[in-house]
Design a protein around this ligand. Structure first.
Ligand code: PNS
Length: 161
């Protein structure tokens, strides 16, 4: 039985994330999607609780996918859930530079936790949570980038702001 971790900030989850989660769920027995803190990203739009609700709704059709949160290091979460494989998506070269460093550090510190990269589908290579937040804040349609349930939450959030 191979359990992998698909970690991220998911603020909010996008169609690009969901494509990778679905593909990982076909390759591995179990996928733990874990919301962690990215210390370089300040002032999230959605609370962790809101992100969990959106993610759970978006993956409810994938029985081998679980959504969790963890306050701390990704490698500690990996130990806790008994997985040695982290899955990350690569959209472009700038992703690769950041992701390679993160994978190497996580391997070096843990000793045995590997990162596997999945190439993003080109139709999602320009999709990111930050683009979604930025466009939505200016009232630009983001229905191409996020699932229906996230679109609704974004509209609610923007009306509150
Ligand atoms: O969606 P993101 O923001 O690209 O995800 C990055 C994330 C949350 C996976 C990364 O920042 C992370 O692993 N945070 C947990 C803290 C940690 O383990 N830091 C060491 C990584 S070098």
């Amino acid at each position: 039985m191979t359990r992998v971790i698909y970690p991220g900030s998911f603020d909010p989850v996008t169609k690009g994330h969901l494509d990778l989660i679905e593909r990982a769920s076909k390759l591995f027995d179990e996928v733990n999607v874990c919301i962690l803190t990215n210390s370089t990203k300040k002032c999230p739009l959605f609370s962790v609780e809101e992100r969990v609700i959106m993610l759970k709704e978006a993956v409810k059709n994938l029985p081998n996918v679980k959504v969790e949160t963890y306050k701390g290091l990704l490698i500690d979460y990996a130990r806790k859930c008994g997985s040695k494989i982290i899955v990350r998506g690569l959209r472009e070269m700038t992703d690769f530079e950041i992701e390679l460093q993160m994978a190497q550090v996580n391997k070096e510190v843990s000793g045995d936790i590997e990162t596997l990269f999945l190439a993003a589908d080109p139709k999602f290579s320009n999709v990111s949570s930050s683009v979604v937040r930025e466009f939505a804040s200016y009232g630009i349609a983001v229905d191409k980038f996020v699932p229906e349930n996230v679109l609704e939450k974004l509209k609610e959030k923007m009306n509150m702001m």
